[in-house]
Ligand binder design. Structure first.
Ligand code: PLP
Length: 362
């Protein structure tokens, strides 16, 4: 079986460095906070060009902490897409605010910026565009709308760390950027992890406090917060992987290019990336009306597949109380029936790529 994401090969390649850095944390017994976290935050900020990076316990918590730092209140509204991972909208509901969905663009699968304005009400507080599969959204348009109505923009960059948009890095394209270091994301750690990016000093310091029980000094709590910290072992892993990350991004891009050039079939739609941005291909996802048949053929030939995502959020049971129904977001619904992801990682060999391409073409 070809690995869907080859984490084993990645570990083998970086094993010496990773083992050494983890051992240093074990020897120091500084498991929470400390030098590794400070170094990682500096490196992450550097990498994205953001002034501040605050590490945290997951991509989900990055989104939650961001909404908490913006003082989101019950009954406030937050605009986002129904074609994303549950976490994007879940955190809005968790704070008793209301997710308001806007359908996606059929070409990029990202929120359709032309449909945002009509959903804004006096209760709208923020917009969460999601850089799906690793491609940033129309951030200029989203930021412009937000500015016009006094809203905040939180980029859900859980899949797009490393991507570019008009010369800037994803995570540094709006008021706040949130990413995830879940193991299968483009930059993954060895457990759960995430980070939040901003250029606003006050916001950065508030985020840092909220992720640590709202403490401004020991046992003095300025805000209601959570335990949302990243731990030092994860930081050690990420510091090593970050050194190799640009190289991995380039490899992912060239594999994606090879897929796209070779999967030249009328009934298969390959990813479309706008020319003023790049994707890190967190997923390489194609569309086919014959998806189920294709999945079976691939799986029978030892090629794993995945579906991101089989059911849009407005049709999920947990969001039933929002009152949406089938037909409300026709593009999201159509894509969820046709989309499927192929194996993708910087460690996918040429032979494996060829086998995947040949099986699809046959
Ligand atoms: C993975 C993901 C998240 C959540 O990240 P975790 O680290 O798993 O909590 C949020 N949004 C999107 C779009 C994701 O893909």
């Amino acid at each position: 079986m070809i690995p869907f994401i080859n984490l084993k090969q990645q570990y083998q390649d970086y094993k010496n460095e990773i083992d050494k850095e983890i051992q240093k944390v074990l020897d120091s017994c500084a498991f929470i906070g400390g030098e590794k976290i400070a170094n990682l935050e500096k490196e992450l900020a550097n990498y994205t060009g953001s002034k501040y990076a605050v590490t945290c316990s997951s991509g989900t918590d990055a989104l939650l902490l961001s909404l908490m730092a913006l003082d989101l209140q019950p009954n406030d509204e937050v605009i986002t897409t129904p074609f994303t991972f549950i976490a994007t909208a879940e955190v809005i509901s968790f704070l008793k605010a209301k997710p308001v969905f806007v359908d996606i663009d059929e070409a990029t699968y990202n929120i359709d910026s032309a449909k945002i304005e009509e959903k804004i009400t006096s209760k709208t507080k923020a917009i969460i565009p999601v850089a799906l599969y690793g491609q940033p959204c129309d951030m200029d348009e989203v930021n412009q709308i937000a500015k016009k109505y006094g809203l905040k923009v939180i980029e859900d960059a859980a899949q797009s760390f490393g991507a570019h948009y008009k010369g800037k890095k994803s995570c540094n394209l709006s008021d706040i950027g949130c990413t995830s270091f879940f193991p299968s994301k483009p930059l993954g750690c060895y457990g759960d992890g995430g980070a939040i990016f901003t250029n606003d000093e006050e916001l950065a310091s508030k985020l840092k406090m909220i992720a640590n029980h709202g403490q401004n000094e020991r046992y003095r709590h300025k805000y209601i917060g959570i335990n949302g910290r990243l731990d030092a072992i994860q930081a050690a892993v990420l510091l090593v992987k970050l050194q190799h990350f640009e190289d991995e991004v380039a490899k992912r891009e060239s594999i994606a290019k090879r897929y796209t050039t070779n999967i030249d079939k009328q009934d298969i739609i390959t990813p479309f990336v706008k020319n003023d941005r790049s994707s890190v291909f967190a997923q390489y996802s194609i569309r086919s009306k014959d998806r189920d048949k294709m999945i079976k053929k691939l799986n029978d030939n030892g090629i794993p597949t995945a579906i991101h995502y089989p059911m849009p959020l407005h049709l999920q049971e947990c969001f039933g109380y929002l009152g949406y129904k089938e037909g409300d977001f026709p593009i999201s619904e159509m894509i969820s029936k046709e989309i499927m992801s192929l194996p993708m990682s910087a460690f996918l060999t040429k032979d494996e790529q060829d086998k995947i391409i040949d099986t699809i073409l046959s």
